[in-house]
Design a protein around this ligand. Structure first.
Ligand code: FMN
Length: 284
């Protein structure tokens, strides 16, 4: 069932985003009826009838609905748009806008839908909001980044024959420099970890957290949040573990990402070589 709502100003708009409610749809998805509310600017919210949300209630839901159970706060991108425009965001992270805890919880909820070996949920997410801890992680990251910048692996130190690719590498280097200086300024830092009975098992089972970590970033993008996958701090992992009280003997860190609202949401697909360059049909 799907109904278009007369484009009238949303009386319950909290003034935060502004806009017009255009559609309320009830979709019979596998876990029971899902109400989807869409506003003219493409933002949408959805919630399960099972969570006690009525149709009238859904229509009245302001877009900042993160406090309602079972309701999400996405910006209206479809799956392919999310997959093709989730960039490593650095310069366009909004350091001044707080990220609601419920929004982060939604991203973790979705991350937990990722596959894990034998269905063992060994991933954990450390959400760092404490300013002093963020700055300290930022300091460690900055120091490691300075060494990386002098290395051959730094994108601007690599020369590739393709001019466009070279220009892309120089842009990435410039963007990475920015994060090198500002990691600790992001309102939230997230470290995805893998746990195990001992250090070796935790480190060996890293593939149990990587799909979830990427899902977290996709879920963040779907909500107007930006992330950037980094692993550089792992050369000083124990220092970060001590800072955050992570038991180093049984928890291996995998990924560190800043998390913040993005300045604008109009990210583009990156220029990549054609799929055929990376495919082997039936034999290598
Ligand atoms: C394993 C891995 C490690 C990465 N480490 C860093 C890092 O330490 N610092 C950083 O700024 N970006 C890092 N990145 C992000 C890449 O630089 C980025 O994904 C790549 O340049 C392509 O850009 P895009 O993701 O925006 O398309 C890392 C990405 C991956 C997958």
């Amino acid at each position: 069932m799907r109904g278009v709502v007369d484009p009238a100003p949303d009386p319950l708009d909290d003034g935060g985003i502004g806009g017009v409610l255009v559609e309320v749809a009830i979709l019979g998805e596998p876990h029971g009826p899902l109400i989807v509310v869409t506003w003219a600017d493409g933002t949408n919210a959805h919630g399960h009838l099972a969570h006690g949300l009525s149709i009238a209630g859904a229509a009245a839901v302001p877009r900042r609905i993160a406090t309602l159970p079972g309701v999400t706060n996405t910006i209206g991108l479809d799956a392919d748009q999310v997959l093709s425009t989730t960039r490593a965001v650095r310069k366009r992270l909004d350091f001044d806008r707080p990220v609601p805890a419920d929004l982060i919880r939604e991203c973790v909820d979705l991350a937990l839908q990722a596959p894990t070996g034998s269905n063992v949920m060994s991933m954990q997410f450390i959400i760092v909001t404490d300013p002093a801890k963020r700055q300290e992680i930022g300091r460690i990251y900055r120091e490691i980044f300075a060494k990386y910048k002098a290395s051959a692996g730094y994108p601007a130190n690599r020369t590739v024959p393709d001019e466009k690719l070279q220009a892309q590498n120089v842009r990435i280097a410039d963007s990475a420099d920015y994060l090198g200086d500002h990691m600790g300024d992001a309102p939230v830092l997230v470290i995805a970890c893998n746990t195990g009975p001992d250090r070796a098992s935790a480190a060996r089972g890293m593939s149990n957290v990587l799909p979830g970590a990427w899902s977290f970033m996709l879920a963040a993008r779907a909500r107007g949040l930006g992330t950037a996958w980094t692993s550089m701090h792992l050369t000083r992992e124990q220092e970060v573990a001590d800072l955050l009280g992570i038991p180093y003997d049984t928890v291996a860190q995998a990924v560190l990402t800043p998390l913040a609202y993005t300045k604008g949401t109009d990210f583009k697909p990156a220029k990549r070589p054609p799929a055929e360059n990376f495919m082997h049909w039936d034999t290598w």
